[in-house]
Design a binder for this molecule. Structure first.
Ligand code: C2E
Ligand code: MG
Ligand code: MG
Length: 749
């Protein structure tokens, strides 16, 4: 609004200026043409006479205007723009006739201004007006010549003054015409200058610097004022600040420029460094301008110092990807890296990766008793130790609570490398942690999942590594690989917990039997009953996938009862068929420690009419050690019934050897993990050897589990192991299959 008022004032000022100039000009013309008062008077005397033929002249004038294409075009254009031709011509005539009145200089000056503007706007060039004056002068001279009343002395003076007036008018109208044009141009130029100044002000006040380059000759077409201020006047196109860009980043900018030359709008962030300053991040944008055929003519370039924003963004990114306590990657970044590593594996078939989840045993207890700051300190210390052993290409993260995740993005060979890393990770716990001036000895457990065999996507791999971790914690193993047949994931857990309750009543459980062979004689000396769940949808489910859950759901005791009865009934049936086959059953911790096991065993034996010596009960070291006093009582009661007791998975738990010596234990079963390593690892072989020696020293029979090949079998024989069980002899079989296997006679009874 204020702009409009200002504009109007400026127009008014300009007009006033022009009028006074016209007045001076009129006087100048009067002086040059020597128009005297006397001549004005003569003109006034004959005015009425000269004005008589105006109507006739109007007709002549009309013809003239319409006969000439240039003037006719002006008239038609006036009409098209909404004007009236008659009015326009009449105003011209009035102007000519007014000449005869010899108006005052002021009135004349005012009208000239208006005519100049008018003619400029309509494109009536002075040459056409000259034609009009010629016709008018002819017309007047004809009147004077024909009028005999005009004395001879006046005729010449009248003619002379008319010529002077026409010349004056033509001269002044022409000047006004050009003057108006020049004023208009000046006005436009002023407007442009003002516009340019404002644009420069604006460009000067923004933090970005701009420049534009003609790509045909790499010429700088424009640059914003700030660019010269920060780079000096010698601005070299196309990228004036190239020498300030760090050498390692220059390629990026040049590539971006090449892309812009191909018609692409490109953005790139690089570092610039001035002498004596730190490098600053700058953003460049190159926007090409192309012709209709797509040929790039110019490139508009923008440069902006984004150092502060870059630092803030990095900080933000760091916060959103870093764990506050340990400074390690957080879960989000870990997942992200896992996604990238998986994508890489998919691109290179045959590549494998490993996902590990580490958990600190009993962390919650330390956290709750010593307080969260101490817990945090512990996490920090562990993070520091772990960081020292992972490679640059591995990703170590704190996933949650006391869970740490490790990605090994490429795994060579059959997994020994992963096992080595797992052992190294757990070796982090070998030295005590110092917390609040006290030393704490901690342990950890690891679950491992491999791509592609244990899962194809990030979620599955993590969830499977976690399942393996849970199993490792339950079994006391330091680390375990995921095993599809035994690990249960959270989804399955939910599904199974609803279904387990009905499994017993629906008769979905069954027992498979795995033979045990006396190594010395090569004879079958018994069978271990192993539980299976015939799941309506999943098919045969192995015990490690549901037993821990069943235990949690309080079903350990009824299941043990079912196993006990079923195994003894089978033993009875075999006995009836003339097959003496002692059976071993596995008893869970709760069922063993709970009341009534001995009574149940007694009544099951009675019901099946089977001798106590036909039954062996397998318990783990943890089961026994959980409550040694009560455990010892149960063992003695079972012993009285003639029932043997075996310590299962021996070597993986922590049994007190001092107590073992005083307890009626008949069998030690060497855990199969030692068996699998025994042939190649001296360490495993040493463990197997010492368990056998220990067992014999305690007066126990030693059974090796998981004998998978003849080499292990032979070695066990050499070591003096009493019995063996494993796939080398037979897999666990349903009772019919077991009976068939017996009748095949590969091993004799
Ligand atoms: P376990 O008592 O140590 O049983 C031996 C496991 O080793 C069995 O797994 C058997 O199939 C497997 N095995 C035998 N020979 C070999 C071999 O040569 N190589 C390999 N790789 N494995 C072999 P299964 O049947 O999956 O049972 C796993 C565990 O589930 C058992 O370990 C036992 O702790 C538990 N379990 C099985 N049945 C019952 C049950 O009725 N009650 C309870 N509470 N636990 C049971
Ligand atoms: Mg067992
Ligand atoms: Mg075992």
């Amino acid at each position: 609004m204020s702009g409009t008022i200002k504009d109007r004032r400026r127009v008014k000022r300009a007009r006033n200026g022009r009028r006074s100039a016209h007045l001076a000009q009129t006087r100048e013309y009067n002086y040059v043409l020597q128009i005297s008062e006397d001549e004005r008077r003569i003109l006034a005397n004959y005015h009425a006479l000269l004005a008589q033929g105006t109507a006739h002249f109007a007709q002549v004038y009309y013809n003239y205007l319409f006969d000439n294409p240039a003037t006719a075009d002006v008239l038609y254009a006036h009409e098209r723009a909404g004007g009236h031709i008659g009015d326009l011509v009449r105003s011209h005539l009035a102007h000519l006739v007014d000449l005869l009145r010899a108006p005052s200089d002021e009135a004349w000056a005012e009208r000239l201004d208006h005519i100049g503007e008018h003619h400029q706007e309509h494109g009536v060039r002075p040459v056409w007006m000259l034609g009009g004056y010629r016709l008018f002068l002819n017309h007047l001279q004809e009147i004077i010549a024909a009028e005999s009343d005009i004395p001879l002395t006046d005729r010449d003076r009248l003619n002379a003054v008319l010529v002077k007036l026409v010349l004056r008018d033509f001269g002044m109208v022409s000047e006004a015409y050009w003057q108006y044009g020049a004023d208009k141009l000046q006005q436009q130029r002023d407007g442009l200058r003002e516009y340019r100044d404002r644009a420069e002000d604006l460009l000067d006040s923004i933090p970005q610097q701009l420049w534009s380059v003609d790509v045909s000759d790499n010429r700088m077409l424009y640059h914003s004022p700030g660019l010269a201020r920060c780079l000096g006047d010698d601005l070299r196109a196309p990228i004036p600040c190239l020498s300030l860009i760090l050498p390692e980043d220059q390629e990026k900018v040049l590539t971006a420029w090449q892309k812009a030359l191909q018609g692409e709008v490109v953005e790139v962030e690089v570092r610039q460094q001035r002498e004596g300053e730190d490098p600053h991040w700058h953003r460049f944008q190159f926007a090409p301008v192309a012709n209709r055929r797509g040929r790039v003519l110019r490139i508009h370039a923008l440069m902006e110092d984004i150092d502060a924003a870059h630092v803030a963004r990095q900080r933000l990114q760091q916060r959103s990807t870093t764990d506050d306590i340990t400074g390690l990657a957080n879960r989000a970044l870990w997942y992200d890296r896992l996604g990238t590593a998986l994508a890489n594996c998919r691109r290179h078939p045959g590549t494998r990766l490993a996902v590990m989840v580490l958990d600190i045993n009993q962390f919650k207890m330390y956290n709750d008793t010593l307080g969260y700051p101490v817990g945090d300190d512990l996490l920090k210390q562990l993070a520091g130790r772990l960081q020292g052993l992972v490679r640059d290409t591995d990703t170590l993260a704190r996933l949650d609570g006391d869970d740490f995740g490790i990605i090994l993005p490429t795994v060579q060979g059959a997994g020994q490398a992963v096992e080595r890393v797992a052992n190294e990770v757990l070796a982090c716990f070998e030295h005590p942690f110092t917390l609040q001036d006290r030393e704490l000895c901690l342990s950890g457990a690891l679950g491992i999942a491999l791509y592609p065999e244990h899962g194809e996507d990030a979620y599955n791999l993590l969830s499977h590594a976690d399942s393996a971790l849970q199993r490792a914690k339950r079994s006391g193993a330091p680390w375990l690989f995921y095993e599809a047949t035994v690990d249960i994931n959270p989804g399955e857990q939910m599904q199974f917990s609803g279904q387990l309750h009905h499994a017993l009543e629906r008769g979905e459980f069954e027992l498979h039997y795995q033979p045990q062979i006396d190594i010395g004689s090569g004879r079958i000396c018994g069978a271990e009953a192993l539980l299976r769940w015939q799941h309506p949808q999943e098919g045969l489910v192995l015990p490690r996938r549901f037993i821990p859950l069943a235990e949690q759901l309080g079903m350990g005791t009824p299941i043990t009862q079912w196993v006990l009865v079923t195994a003894l009934q089978q033993c009875k049936r075999w006995g009836a068929a003339g097959i003496h086959m002692p059976v071993a059953i596995n008893v869970s911790a709760r069922a063993f420690q709970g009341t009534g096991l001995v009574d149940k065993v007694r009544s099951a034996l009675e019901e099946a009419q089977v001798d106590g010596a036909c039954l062996e009960i397998e318990i783990t070291e943890e089961t026994l050690m959980a409550d040694l006093a009560q455990g010892a009582e149960v063992l003695r009661a079972l012993h009285e019934l003639g029932v043997a007791v075996a310590i299962d998975d021996f070597g993986t738990g922590y049994s007190s050897l001092a107590y073992l010596r005083h307890l009626p234990i008949h069998t030690l079963k060497i855990d199969r993990t030692f068996l699998s390593g025994m042939v190649n690892s001296d360490q495993d072989l040493a463990i197997v050897r010492s368990i056998i020696d220990l067992g014999h020293h305690l007066g126990c029979k030693v059974v090796a589990e998981g004998v998978e090949d003849a080499a292990a079998w032979d070695l066990l024989q050499t070591l003096g192991c009493d019995a063996g069980q494993g796939y080398h002899i037979s897999r666990p079989l349903p009772h019919q299959g077991f009976t068939h296997w017996l009748s095949d006679g590969a091993w004799s009874l």
